[in-house]
Design a protein around this ligand. Structure first.
Ligand code: ATP
Ligand code: LTN
Length: 330
């Protein structure tokens, strides 16, 4: 039986955070064993906000190296750069033709990001979710592992697939989101009501996968908590809850075990331990990352082979789509 397809992407829009790792990349690794996985570095998405070209190039390779360092194996899954497979842009155009402005206007991410650039809002930011739908639908994807924040975009991808299938006959598989129950939304260390985001202005609000041990210790020490003073898991203590989630993911200990361990101990010791668990969880990834970044030839080989494999699958779907909408075969 053919393996079911998994697709996901990460933007090379800056250093990756432990939110990206826990909400997305960590799960990619488990999925590669059972599914036919495509993991993309979505550079076309990244330019929906201004990027400095040389940083974009650097960040793109960085995401690839982090994918590999986290345990993704190019023999088991397809790792590629979005702009290397033309079909993503081509399918986006066709999907734009069946996308409703009203629905795109309601996308939370668009509303939030457009607030940040009130003047000269660019059109790509508006059609960002259509490009994301194209990414997913090109590969006849069954499952899309993402963090909670991407749920609405997934809904749109499903709507577009259904709309196209109804209008032109069965073409796309309808994708399902795969959102972890636990860790799907790692919160900002400075404002635990917001998600941890690599584009946050305050660098104390996030931990980068590549942060050095001292930086991690400092950021966790400064993490906002509360005056209750007990390590308990509840919505009155969002900062502590978030740190407990992080602790649990990196240590493998359950929330109950953590609550019991820190009963009566206060926040100081707890925060120190959270930092150490994160540091030792990231250490092997950082070590492999450093080695990989010294071997640019290898990285190039991986993304080239990936693009070839992805292109082969994507073109099949795109040809079907072009035929169905009435384009003459070339
Ligand atoms: P930005 O913060 O710049 O808006 P982002 O980190 O949200 O970008 P991506 O890099 O494209 O955007 O996200 C890659 C994956 O990481 C997505 O699946 C997203 O849902 C997940 N993710 C991002 N932030 C978090 C978070 N704080 N908690 C859990 N998952 C997250
Ligand atoms: N919009 C996503 C990144 C992304 C993606 C995808 C995720 C682009 N294309 C396809 C899953 C599937 C984000 O996390 N900001």
């Amino acid at each position: 039986m053919e393996k079911k397809v998994v697709f996901s992407g990460v933007q090379p829009s800056g250093g990756l955070t432990i939110g990206n790792y826990i909400g997305a990349i960590k799960n990619f690794v488990d999925l590669q064993e059972k599914y036919n996985c495509y993991y993309c570095i979505v550079d076309l998405h990244a330019i929906t906000v201004p990027q400095i070209p040389k940083d974009l190039r650097k960040n793109t390779l960085e995401v690839l190296a982090i994918y590999l360092a986290s345990g993704l194996d190019p023999e088991k899954c397809t790792l590629f750069i979005q702009s290397h497979v033309d079909a993503h842009v081509e399918l986006t155009w066709v999907l734009n033709s069946i996308s409703y402005m009203g629905q795109l206007n309601r996308m939370t991410q668009f509303k939030e990001k457009s607030k940040k650039s009130e003047e000269n809002l660019n059109a790509a930011l508006f059609t960002y979710p259509v490009l994301m739908a194209a990414d997913i639908l090109l590969y006849q994807t069954e499952f899309v592992p993402v963090g909670e924040d991407q749920k609405q975009h997934l809904e749109l991808a499903r709507d577009l697939a259904e709309r196209f299938n109804n209008r032109y006959s069965e073409t796309f598989k309808i994708p399902e989101p795969l959102i972890q129950k636990f860790g799907a939304r790692i919160m900002s260390l400075q404002n635990p009501e917001n998600k941890m985001s690599k584009s946050d202005e305050n660098e104390n609000s996030y931990i980068l996968i590549l942060d050095k041990p001292d930086v991690i210790r400092r950021k966790i020490k400064r993490a906002v908590t509360d005056s209750i003073g007990e390590v308990k898991y509840n919505d009155e203590q969002l900062g502590i809850k978030n740190l407990m989630n992080i602790y649990s993911v990196f240590s493998g200990d359950s929330i109950d075990v953590i609550e019991n361990r820190y009963e009566g101990l206060g926040y100081g010791k707890f925060k120190e331990d959270v930092a150490e668990v994160v540091i030792s969880g990231l250490a092997p990834i950082q070590k492999r990352y450093d080695d990989l970044m010294k071997n640019k030839d290898y990285l190039e080989k991986v993304y080239r082979q990936g693009a070839e494999k992805a292109n082969y699958a994507a073109i099949k779907t795109l040809r079907k789509v072009y035929r169905k909408v009435g384009f003459i075969q070339r």
